[in-house]
Write a protein that binds this ligand. Structure first.
Ligand code: ADP
Ligand code: ASP
Ligand code: MG
Length: 439
């Protein structure tokens, strides 16, 4: 069985939903994961923000705008009065639910319940359309099987058991439709897998059902060799190794959720990135196969903070790094990049919620310097150290740009640089020019 995920743009209008239906109705049994229609999750977050600020008029105004948009979608998507009526009453229940938050105390829990409405709406409407055109489809509610634990990590055993139970309870369908992104947490509350999390849903489902392939359908013809939002003339990469794709996703290639490759890699399920607007394009196949010796792509991760800790005590000492890492661990703040010298260590983080506390504690170990508004540039490919010369090529491309940190050797797949945010576009373009202009 294959798992197919369609992102926000792919289901962004009634016409696009109809196109998706054409792509998936081919007689094969499959699981289809949908995101919210594009723009919806942002609108829902905006509505939540008005509720937070106790601006009920602002929230209600945005709810009406969104509701009107969906009412138009229903009229365009469905043709029979019966299905339209069903859809209208589904819309009423979701939008009345949104309005009901005007009466309650507003916290992060309410925000998560609001933000979940996008995927609930898109899948309900799409299911009605599939029924209207006579497709054998069933909607499996993600909130009944998708779950995260106390550390916000997927509860794989729970997901596997509950999803497979649901599939067994409903045999004989061609399309098993479900919501991306949304889940329940360890306390049974509505939660989510973070922005862009529908990709993660697809790979978790793929692993849970041991799918033959996970397809991520989006608005571009696969993983490109650089970020098309900042560099012109980027090209799709036909084939990537799981490790390469995981590095690119983690280090900012927005086409994939940062952690969505891991479940597929562990279960050895190939992931194919495909374009809904150009379904014949071959896209990118992510698997255990790799192009030997090739630099494949460049990505950038924004919003990085660098922290340097310098101490004479580090010289020849053991245990210093452990103390540094323990501080980050105690504040549950992951470190992305790390570089060391005999007298100091620099690390980067992207979650700055506990920055003040971390810096306070680090000051007990040495002199601390913090640089905000930095970007990690990550160059990915088959890069073992025996592959002589690639480092100089990469560093040479960045010769005009101040490099705050350089990291290589942690894996055979990546060399990373920390630069100022203002140099990002220049760096990405310089790397494309140096690495890919002859391809
Ligand atoms: P979806 O809504 O389908 O999940 P996303 O917007 O999350 O789609 O991801 C697709 C977008 O990712 C593309 O439109 C493109 O602008 C952006 N992107 C960033 N880096 C890359 C890359 N290296 N290759 C392809 N797309 C990329
Ligand atoms: N709808 C969610 C978002 O916009 C999840 C996703 O699209 O993958 O982040
Ligand atoms: Mg996405």
């Amino acid at each position: 069985m294959k798992v197919l995920k369609f992102g926000g743009t792919s289901v962004g209008s009634a016409q696009r939903m109809k196109n998706v239906a054409k792509l998936i109705c081919n007689g094969e049994k499959k699981i289809v994961v949908l995101s919210a229609m594009s723009g919806t999750t942002n609108s829902l977050l905006e509505i939540a923000d008005y509720f937070y600020k106790s601006n009920l008029d602002g929230a209600l105004e945005h709810i009406i705008t969104l509701e009107n948009k969906y009412r138009d979608v229903v009229e365009e998507l469905l043709t029979t009065e019966e299905k339209r009526q069903e859809a209208r009453s589904i819309l009423s229940s979701h939008f009345d639910y949104l309005r009901s938050f005007a009466k309650s105390v507003f916290t992060i829990f309410e925000e998560k319940a609001i933000v979940a409405q996008g995927e609930l709406l898109s899948t309900s409407l799409f299911q009605l359309y599939l029924e209207e055109i006579g497709e054998n489809s069933i909607l499996l509610p993600a909130l009944e099987f998708m779950r995260i634990d106390k550390n916000a990590e997927p509860d794989n055993a729970y997901i596997k058991q509950h999803l497979n139970d649901l599939l067994e309870a409903h045999p004989g369908h061609e399309i098993y439709l479900t919501q991306g992104f949304i889940c329940r947490n360890a306390y049974g509350e509505i939660d989510n897998l973070q922005r862009g999390g529908s990709d993660y849903t697809a790979s978790l489902i793929g692993a849970a059902v041991n799918a033959e392939e996970i397809q991520i359908w989006t608005d571009i013809d696969g993983m490109h060799n650089n970020d098309p939002r900042f560099v012109e003339g980027t090209k799709p990469i036909p084939m990537l190794h799981f490790e390469e794709a995981a590095e690119l996703a983690y280090f900012g290639a927005k086409i994939l959720h940062p952690t969505c490759i891991l479940p597929a890699k562990l279960a050895n399920i190939p992931v194919r990135l495909l374009n809904t607007m150009e379904p014949e394009a071959s896209g990118t196949l992510i698997s255990t196969r790799m192009n030997k010796g090739k630099i494949e792509a460049v990505a950038a991760k924004d919003g990085i903070t660098a922290i340097k800790i310098q101490s004479g005590r580090m010289l020849m000492a053991y245990g210093f790094l452990r103390k540094v890492f323990e501080i980050f661990e105690s504040y549950k703040t992951p470190i992305d990049m790390i570089t060391t010298s005999e007298v100091g260590v620099s690390v980067t983080i992207d979650n700055t919620k506990k920055l003040d506390e971390i810096v306070n504690d680090l000051k007990k170990l040495g002199t601390v310097t913090v640089d905000h508004d930095m970007v990690i540039i990550c160059v990915v490919g088959d890069l073992p150290f025996e592959n002589v010369g690639f480092q100089s090529k990469v560093v040479g491309a960045l010769k005009d740009i101040p490099l705050r940190m350089i990291s290589y050797g942690g894996s055979n797949y990546n060399i990373s640089f920390l630069i100022k945010a203002e140099d990002k576009k220049h760096a990405l373009n310089a790397l494309s020019q140096a690495l890919f202009s002859e391809e």
